[in-house]
Design a protein around this ligand. Structure first.
Ligand code: GTP
Length: 364
């Protein structure tokens, strides 16, 4: 089974993290979001991947190349302008004659892809959509299921009060190649807006496949932080780093002072230093080359690479991108710092603060 992964989006909602880093490269437990997805597909024997891209995401090709380093075969199809999901699929699969899988490229999901494919084949569906139940379905496509899990209605982003169910399009689809004749690869269009509702309205064989396991659409900083912390707490154990220690303290590549205190789960990257009397209160993910200064405290946060938290500073419920600098004694809570951003000694950064890359945060 070949798969298309859609990776051409702008990642606007994940700003300021995505102002210097592609959405597909944001780190989840110190490994890129896209690599997690590819490894998940590989675990289900899906090895032939076409990444549907825009020029904006060209760096993905430089990193993954032909896929050999992952034991996969990866090719790239570029859109000169963003074509949306419909245009991207129509371009990437133009010559294909077998059923194929399509994944949104910003998903973290334990979906049983093998069972999904088997159900699609058994039902002779033209289209199958993986589903997930959520509390608030309004930001998603919402489906109504009929007999035998047939999708009888598909409504894109309904107001919460009128949503016909809480079952949503979970962003992984199986297409029969006959659908390509109905798709347009020349201009922007989204399958969620036109194709999916029209197939449901026409009563054609479109089926839902309920996924009750781990599922996140890593679209904004809150979900991004939650994704890291939930994985670290073992909610999707397959995605923990290899050799995850039983005590939940993955510190083998770091240098931790004997006087520092670490509360599991904590993941520290290569060359990171935790100095005397510092406290790291998990769940916390820290990348490589970071320094947590003497007496500093880091709680429920994700720090990328080369971040410095100076002595006696505290960081909680926050995301600090590459190269961020937190001055001595500063307090940062519920904030997101873009790459290279900083805050001076002793400052108190209020919850909800977003700091643009290479900017020093200054109180108003
Ligand atoms: P926002 O700008 O925050 O909405 O994020 P996004 O641009 O990633 O959009 P969205 O979350 O709706 O995209 C879902 C998936 O489709 C992501 O993996 C995107 O990279 C991808 N995607 C979105 N638009 C396009 C497009 O025009 N072309 C391609 N090839 N992929 C797209």
């Amino acid at each position: 089974m070949r798969a298309i992964v859609l990776v051409g989006g702008e990642g606007t909602r994940l700003q300021p993290l995505t102002l210097c880093t592609l959405k597909q490269f944001v780190p989840i437990l110190n490994r890129s979001l896209l690599e997690h997805l590819l490894l998940h597909l590989r675990s289900h024997g899906v090895l032939d991947i076409t990444l549907a891209m825009t020029r904006h995401s060209q760096q993905v090709e430089e990193v993954f190349g032909d896929g050999a380093s992952l034991g996969m075969r990866i090719e790239y199809v570029y859109e000169e302008i963003p074509l949306g999901s419909g245009g991207a699929i129509a371009c990437a699969a133009a010559e294909w004659t077998e059923p194929f899988l399509v994944c949104n490229g910003d998903l973290l999901t334990s979906l049983d892809v093998t069972a999904f494919i088997a159900a699609h084949q058994a039902k002779e569906a033209v289209l199958s959509i993986s589903l997930h139940e959520v509390e608030d379905p309004s930001p998603f496509g919402v489906v109504v299921l009929g007999e035998g899990d047939r999708i009888v209605r598909f409504v894109e982003k309904p107001p919460r009060e009128t949503a016909p169910s809480r079952m949503i399009n979970a962003g992984t689809w199986l297409f029969d190649p006959a659908l390509l004749d109905e798709m347009d690869g020349t201009q922007f269009n989204r399958v969620e807006d036109v194709l999916f509702p029209s197939i449901a309205n026409a009563g054609r064989p479109m089926y839902g496949f309920m996924h009750r396991g781990f599922w996140l659409d890593v679209g904004n900083p809150d979900v991004y932080l939650y994704a890291n912390l939930a994985l670290l707490q073992g909610e999707y154990p397959e995605r923990l780093p290899a050799g995850w220690p039983a005590n939940g303290l993955a510190t083998a590549e770091a240098r931790v002072d004997a006087g520092a205190q670490l509360d599991a789960p904590v993941l520290l990257g290569a060359g990171t230093v935790v100095e005397a009397d510092a406290t790291v209160r998990g769940p916390v993910v820290i990348g490589s080359g970071c320094v947590i200064g003497a007496g500093a405290t880091v709680t429920r946060s994700v720090l990328w690479d080369d971040v410095t938290v100076e002595a006696d500073a505290s960081v909680s419920d926050s995301i600090l991108a590459n190269g961020v600098h937190i001055g001595a004694g500063a307090r940062v809570e519920g904030a997101v710092f873009g790459q290279g951003a900083s805050v001076g000694a002793g400052s108190v950064v209020p919850p909800g603060t977003r700091v643009a890359p290479d900017t020093q945060w200054i109180p108003e």
